[in-house]
Design a protein around this ligand. Structure first.
Ligand code: CMC
Length: 428
């Protein structure tokens, strides 16, 4: 950290504040003492100009369309790595040696089963419950079962609960799907890879042997990598805020899942495919582009635009390529992909989208792939939650390990009534 200073003029008086430098990216003005020195708060709803924490996990350069995990570009990780390797990297800071990767994968595979009583939770839901509703409930309930890993001040407890969450999330998500279609739950098969095991638990049935299709396994693993972490997004900030009070990790991740569900965040993949299906054929695209531009119409192009990226989301590039690979491997096609390609092209050539720097994001193409693999749209966000769990637990661990960590407690600009006296009901 450099000892640069920034002078701010507040109410006609000059105050000096330290400027902190990260390893890359914009400097930050440290205003922690602003209120104490000036009696004033900053106002930044949506945190458009506020860094809420220090983090060494993920770096995004939105203008250039760069995403790095622990310094490694997402494109390289997606092409050359595996989700297990990325999980290790996120949790430990460095890429593993082969033995470390084998040990880590083995450890994760030893935590894939759920406590048998958790299966009865599913039966309490309606069959048509959204998988995200089930995920919020079941993940939150894990804290009632794994008391031996909820002492957050103990690094070993934190490690075990992190492993448990990463390992159990595929089982929980697959069970949510199985419940919705009335098929028996499939127990994990630890001889398979993390992703192969998830595919079997989702699409396999006890009556038949399930063959994992290597190309689908690879594509799915890559989709998990693309969703592993994304800096201080809404759900990650939710996990951090929940965790800042000392809440246990299972409760914190359940809070993250709840936040991710929204259509402006993880729910956008479901909304994007629904939108593409509603558009149907390329000749209807101009109508939807006009609607997206109309200030009086709440419609937005789902899978387009991003708070941080003002350039092509690098994850969308990989996603688009993966669509083609999956179609080829499964020998399928989907007219919705053609609609998506043409919608992208028309939007990128439209001055509205150019001026506002709106580009496809990770969710624009992910639904097309997931649908080709066989997932119903309601499962899309659950898959996002599964993959993002590693980011959430890594961020949560980083926060708890930080000796300077304090409870998150934003302030406000109060606009309600000033103090007044209570009037009894018969005198109002
Ligand atoms: N379609 C049409 N107009 C848009 C869109 C869009 N998808 N996104 C932003 N705009 C316009 C918006 O109306 C605003 O216009 P103006 O300045 O005239 O008021 C301007 O662009 C800036 O938008 P904003 O809402 O202030 O930007 P934001 O940073 O607050 O929101 C966003 C980012 C992702 C919520 C938004 O772009 C959006 O709603 N996109 C569609 C939903 C979506 O795809 N979400 C997935 C995000 S990536 C996955 C994830 O991180 O979960």
């Amino acid at each position: 950290m450099a000892d640069k200073q920034s002078q701010l003029n507040v109410g006609g008086e000059a105050f000096d504040f330290p400027v902190l430098e990260g390893s890359t990216g914009p400097d930050v003005v440290d205003i922690r003492k602003l209120y104490g020195s000036t009696g004033k708060f900053t106002f930044d709803p949506g945190y458009k100009s506020t860094a809420s924490c220090e983090s060494a996990l993920t770096y995004i350069d939105g203008a250039e369309g760069i995403l790095l995990h622990r310094g490694y570009p997402i494109g390289q990780l997606a092409e050359q790595s595996s989700f297990m390797e990325v999980c290790y990297l996120m949790l430990n800071g460095e890429l593993p040696q082969q033995q470390e990767l084998d040990d880590f994968s083995w450890t994760i595979s030893r935590h894939t089963m759920l406590h048998e009583q958790l299966a009865s939770f599913y039966k309490g839901f309606r069959r048509d419950a959204h998988p995200m509703a089930i995920m919020c409930g079941v993940v939150g309930a894990l804290s009632a079962f794994y008391h031996d890993s909820t002492d957050i001040s103990d690094p070993e407890h934190r490690k075990i609960s992190s492993h448990r969450l990463i390992a159990k999330m595929p089982t929980i998500a697959a069970m949510a799907y199985k419940f919705s279609i009335g098929q028996p739950f499939m127990y994990p098969d630890n001889s398979l890879s993390y992703t192969g095991n998830f595919l079997r638990m989702t699409f396999g049935v006890p009556a038949e042997r399930y063959e994992v299709v290597p190309a689908v396994e690879k594509a799915m693993d890559r989709i998990f990598i693309l969703h592993a972490d994304h800096e201080q997004n809404a759900s990650t900030s939710t996990v951090r805020l929940a965790g800042s009070s000392g809440a246990n990790p299972f409760a914190c991740i359940a809070a993250g899942i709840a936040c991710l569900w929204g259509p402006a965040h993880g729910g956008a993949n479901e909304s994007a495919l629904n939108m593409l299906r509603e558009i149907g054929t390329p000749d209807r695209i101009p109508h939807y582009i006009e609607r997206a531009k109309d200030k009086n119409d709440p419609f937005r192009l789902m899978g387009f635009g991003h708070r941080v990226y003002k350039n092509y989301d690098p994850r969308a590039t990989v996603m688009q390529k993966t669509v083609r690979e999956v179609f080829e491997a499964l020998n399928v096609t989907d007219p919705v992909f053609e609609t998506a390609l043409q919608l992208e092209e028309m939007a990128l050539n439209d001055p509205y989208f150019q001026e506002k720097k709106l580009f496809p994001n990770v969710d624009f193409y992910s639904g097309v792939i997931l649908s080709a693999i066989g997932f119903p749209t309601t499962m899309f966000t659950a898959l996002f939650a599964l993959a993002r769990t590693v980011g959430w637990v890594a961020q949560w661990n980083e926060m708890i390990s930080d000796p300077g960590q304090v409870i998150g407690r934003p302030r406000q600009l109060y606009t309600g009534p000033t103090q007044r006296d209570y009037v009894p009901v018969d005198q109002r």
